[in-house]
Design a protein around this ligand. Structure first.
Ligand code: XIL
Length: 328
């Protein structure tokens, strides 16, 4: 039987979004992903605490629901995330001994990354490993992994994922890499330093994921972002936008003002990202404002609903999606 033509427009840069298994019963949600996404990833379903809640128990059903649908729709998929400071299960949080931590990491990677080997185009191997303020004397975030293993948990994770899925691109993913200011300069420098150290150790890393959780009232440092992308390119590393959305908690004036502010900052962000060449992909952290993490994590003080995503709560495209359509 001839393969059905893709319902999606031809793009030079793939567009994708994080999908949540819990919303798959919503047919309009599924249709939105089908119509617009070249690439899909499970938003939470592959995080350590959800997929590996007990030492010998794994729960793959929610991730499979997302990944099986993506496969049926002919979409690429990716994995998020092996190492993260958050959503660590209690059993792992209690691990302090280096040997036990290393065994836990290896068992997790062999089982979870191994299970999907060959099916995922990329994996976020480490997520948010840079300390929030990135002080020069302690640039890495204090996590269960850092406490048990020290900085070597980073090369250990990259090596283990490369072995478990040799085809998947290996990504170092982090946030706050696009704004103006010393803290952001330090964060960009720390990411570059981690990449260099991995390469010096002879390990493979393919891309840096820039999450792109933007704030409507913060300024993008377009030249710094361009320089960051260029420095990565010189190291042979691609840039990938992995979690794009716009936190608009201080934008007054209602929906039109929120959407205009969001389009402005997404436009600046894309300009900085594309300055060093086309990114490997642009991925939004969800598609519709109906389901976003922003109102849970960072709500407007006055209860105004956030409008962080490219489609509104009634699944209509917003101004920042037009930018995506034009740029990609
Ligand atoms: C968020 C999800 O969107 C929420 O549903 C969940 O409750 C918490 O995590 N950076 C990341 C993502 O790397 O994994 C986070 O996702 C958002 C910030």
């Amino acid at each position: 039987m001839a393969q059905a033509a893709s319902p999606r427009p031809a793009r030079r840069v793939p567009f994708g979004a994080a999908m949540q298994a819990e919303h798959l019963g919503d047919a309009r949600y599924r249709a939105l992903f089908r119509a617009h996404c070249d690439l899909v990833l499970p938003m939470n379903e592959l995080k350590f605490g959800l997929v590996h809640p007990e030492p010998e128990r794994f729960d793959f059903a929610p991730a499979d629901a997302v990944l099986d649908l993506a496969r049926a729709e002919g979409q690429d998929a990716r994995g998020h995330a092996v190492i993260w400071w958050n959503e660590v299960p209690p059993w792992l949080a209690a691990v302090t001994e280096p040997g036990a931590a290393e065994r836990a990491l290896r068992q997790h990677v062999e089982t979870v990354v191994g299970r999907y080997a060959g099916r995922l185009a990329s994996w976020d191997v480490v997520n948010e490993v840079v300390a929030h303020e990135a002080p020069p004397d302690a640039p890495l975030r204090d996590t269960v992994w850092l406490r048990a293993l020290g900085p070597r948990h980073i090369p250990l994770a990259f090596a283990a994922v490369a072995t478990a899925d040799p085809q998947a691109k290996l990504v170092l993913n982090d946030y706050d890499l696009e704004f103006e200011g010393d803290r952001y300069d330090r964060r960009r420098a720390t990411v570059l330093e981690i990449v260099r150290q991995l390469q010096e150790a002879g390990l493979r890393i393919d891309a840096v994921g820039i999450q792109g959780h933007l704030y409507a009232e913060k300024r993008i440092d377009i030249p710094a972002l361009a320089a960051f992308g260029a420095a990565l390119r010189r190291l042979g590393i691609a840039l990938m936008v992995t979690e794009l959305d716009v936190i608009d908690w201080r934008i007054p004036g209602g929906a039109a003002a929120q959407d205009a502010a969001a389009a402005r900052i997404v436009g600046d962000f894309l300009e900085g990202v594309f300055a060093a060449g086309r990114p490997a992909a642009v991925i939004a952290w969800g598609l519709t404002d109906r389901y976003s993490w922003v109102d849970d994590a960072m709500p407007h003080a006055d209860g105004t609903p956030s409008r962080p995503l490219p489609f509104d709560a009634d699944y209509r495209p917003k101004p920042w999606f037009d930018l995506i359509e034009r740029r990609l």
